[in-house]
Design a protein around this ligand. Structure first.
Ligand SMILES: [Zn+2]
Length: 269
């Protein structure tokens, strides 16, 4: 990784306030449509430099967030669970998308931590979510779809379930000939990384991580600004810890497993 020393220095810099400026697309870049579907506002930070890199090179990037995060209470923010927190987190999602050069986020508005309820019947919220994801993918015509793999990063139930729903919809054909990619990290990178928000992510075998998107310092900086948007979820110290952990996990590139396999690739399109 060419810029590891530089990245390490940047990782130590404080994560500053939410930046409203976007990443300007590079003229003549690769056109294509990338749709990243995650569970919570702030999940997109795990692939942030890859999104920034794609947008900067001319891709149309959408971030779709399945839940409104109304139950994601953090003591430091002092915002109670419910509509007020959901509204704050919608604003943070918009801030993050702008920082990455993505289009305004698509917020599906499902309740977090409530996706696996057994009433009125098992899977009911997930069935509704599948229909929303289906219509969203059909409207956006992606070339590439990103989501959580079956491990859900560090195993969060919402992450696992959203990745499952996206995969279900994808295998039904709603995204045509697009590629579906799961973000992943090798055991080697995980072993040397600080915990990410107190947790360790589960590994993916290196041989499966066939799509690797190298990013540069501009994308890394955009990721830092994206993380800084989510003020309701983390103190500045925690944001810095998150950025440091992710910087180690990425090691200059964001790696993905392609659903049902695929050739090695160093670009999305
Ligand atoms: Zn999450």
């Amino acid at each position: 990784m060419r810029n590891r020393a530089l990245f390490a220095l940047v990782a130590l810099a404080p994560v500053t306030a939410c930046a409203s400026r976007s990443v300007a697309p590079a003229p003549g870049g690769t056109a294509g449509t990338l749709v990243a579907i995650f569970a919570h506002p702030d999940d997109e930070t795990i692939v942030a430099p890859a999104l920034a890199h794609a947008a900067r090179n001319g891709a149309t990037v959408y971030v779709v967030i399945a839940t409104d995060g109304r139950r994601g209470v953090s003591k430091h923010a002092g915002i109670p669970a419910g509509d007020s927190l959901a509204a704050v987190r919608a604003g943070e999602a918009r801030c993050s998308a702008a920082a990455l050069g993505a289009r305004p986020p698509v917020l599906l508005g499902f309740e977090d931590a409530g996706l696996s309820v057994l009433s009125p019947w098992p899977g009911e919220p997930l069935d509704r979510m599948a229909r929303r994801v289906d219509s969203t993918l059909r409207a956006l015509h992606p070339d590439v779809v990103l989501t959580w793999g079956p491990e859900g990063g560090y195993g969060h139930q919402d992450h696992r379930l959203v990745g499952d729903v996206v995969t279900q919809v994808f295998q039904s054909g709603a995204a045509g000939s697009a590629r579906l990619l799961y973000v992943g990290f090798t055991a080697e990178r995980i072993a040397g990384a600080p915990r990410w928000y107190g947790s360790r992510v589960y590994p993916t075998a290196p041989a499966l991580l066939t799509t690797r998107i190298a990013f540069d310092e501009r994308d890394h900086e955009a990721a830092r600004r994206s993380i800084a948007c989510h003020k309701s979820q983390a103190t500045e110290e925690e944001m810095n810890e998150s950025f440091t952990a992710l910087t180690h996990l990425w090691n200059g590139e964001v790696a993905f497993q392609q659903w049902r396999g695929g050739p090695s690739a160093s670009r999305f399109f």
